[in-house]
Design a protein around this ligand. Structure first.
Ligand SMILES: [Mn+2]
Length: 457
């Protein structure tokens, strides 16, 4: 893989004008930023754009634009062996088509690595950046943010594979460090009670989703929640207080029959961007990723890009405001989906949000629902939302347990979407598709058959 990264680096260095095309999630934004920063440092002529997917429209436009070189990051593998008139390099980690082992194409799947947890789009892009100049090793922290954005730490409760080499690069240059801590979101930016209330992986029976229950839980443990006017965050607690909370949550899970495998998920590796200010969203890799996701979901790609490039002033403030708005939308979306109701079939469950949930957040809503107490985690959850232009966005989410039993949503969604001349794919645990409106039932029939055969044949 490193040889191939060097090869791509050569192609980049030998070009004067380079246009970056990247994906619109946290991994895509960090990948694009790494490429952007790399080209900037090389003194190239460069530009960047963010796309939801590589469709005919985008590819046609790229062809007409006649760039000297197009650098696809966190996407592009799907067109690696087509569109030969676009001169390109590709750093992606999504599934590869056959015969795509080409000198300008870097993807972990070509080298026997698993792109769903061993390296992300940002990670693959970083390998090229590092091959171009070792001075780019400071960008490794962005690659870790990308990996966290794609939930690559979820399987082993820490990053794995090539991600660990990237992590150790970051540790070497002092931009990132890993430590073992509680895995719940918001260690640094949320009050402890809010952190517990929003706990989702695993959910805490009796606490997740219940604010007053979280407050009395902490009171009973004798934890002071207030420090002057401020609510205390996880990072403000003493070691003993943290230990006490962790052991009580573990006890709670075990007595409710969740088993050791789930209980173990409370603790894992977290990644701290050491040069950033503690208590800010950019200090913790997972929170950084969430911040980026919320900029992109609302089409504000430039905001996420500027934050990745180092702005800690007005752009970070803009990103924060988008995150606040995003959270409000998620709460609304969750409520909407719950009111619509989830329909269970034998091998999947689904909801149709119509125009009630934006197509850009229906996947997150599905994921939050699947990890909530009132939705069964035994079946993958499919969410539909109107996209406009007579198209429907489909988002599918699964649990790690289902994936370990053989579920691959990326394959299943791809196969089902092809039946309607749609596009589909993603990762085994989370995938998306676009299909024509009115075909939802038929789509579910095919998808369900696929899921059944993956899990039971
Ligand atoms: Mn990605």
């Amino acid at each position: 893989m490193f040889k191939r990264a060097e090869k791509l680096g050569e192609i980049v260095k030998n070009s004067k004008e380079i246009h970056i095309v990247t994906h619109i999630d946290a991994d895509g934004i960090t990948a694009g930023s790494i490429a952007y920063q790399t080209l900037k440092r090389l003194g190239k002529e460069y530009s960047i754009e963010f796309v939801k997917q590589l469709d005919e429209e985008v590819l046609g436009r790229l062809k007409d634009a006649n760039h000297e070189l197009v650098w696809f990051t966190d996407l592009g593998s799907s067109v690696s062996n087509t569109y030969t008139d676009i001169k390109k390099v590709i750093t992606d980690h999504h599934a590869c088509p056959e015969k795509s082992d080409l000198p300008f194409h870097l993807n972990p799947h070509l080298f026997g690595l698993d792109g769903s947890y061993e390296i992300s789009g940002a990670g693959v892009t970083y390998l090229v950046s590092r091959a171009i100049d070792k001075k780019n090793m400071d960008l490794s922290s962005l690659a870790i943010v990308g990996a966290c954005g794609d939930l690559q730490d979820r399987r082993f409760l820490k990053l794995n594979g090539a991600n660990r080499d990237i992590l150790s690069d970051g540790e070497k240059v002092g931009t990132i460090k890993s430590k073992i801590d509680i895995r719940f979101f918001g260690r640094e930016t949320r009050s402890v009670q809010k952190m517990l209330q929003y706990a989702s992986d695993p959910i805490i029976p009796g606490l997740t989703g219940r604010e007053s229950a979280c407050i009395s839980f902490l009171q009973e443990l004798g934890i002071t929640m207030q420090d002057g006017d401020e609510l205390r965050r996880w990072v403000d607690l003493s070691k003993d207080e943290r230990r006490l909370i962790i052991s009580d949550i573990a006890q709670l899970l075990l007595t409710k029959g969740f088993g050791h495998k789930t209980t173990r998920r409370i603790i894992g590796e977290v990644y701290v961007l050491t040069k950033e200010k503690e208590g800010t969203e950019v200090h913790d890799a997972k929170e950084f990723a969430t911040l980026l996701n919320s900029t992109a979901r609302y089409g504000k790609y430039d905001v996420g890009l500027e934050v990745c490039l180092g702005d800690r002033d007005k752009w970070l403030e803009k990103a924060r405001n988008l995150l606040l708005g995003h959270r409000a939308n998620l709460v609304e979306g969750l409520q909407f989906a719950r009111e619509e109701g989830i329909t269970k079939r034998k091998h999947l469950q689904f909801f149709h949000a119509g125009s009630g949930i934006r197509d850009t957040i229906v996947g997150i809503v599905a994921n939050m629902l699947l990890n909530s107490e009132d939705v069964s985690g035994d079946l993958p959850l499919i969410g539909f939302a109107n996209k406009g232009d007579g198209e429907i966005k489909v988002s599918a989410r699964a649990t790690q347990e289902l994936v370990e039993r053989g579920l691959n949503l990326s394959l299943a969604m791809k196969k089902a979407a092809i039946a309607f001349d749609g596009m589909g794919g993603g990762h085994n645990i989370a995938a998306g598709a676009t299909i024509p409106k009115g075909k939802e039932e038929e789509f579910l029939d095919i998808l369900e058959k696929e899921i059944k055969s993956q899990l039971y044949d």
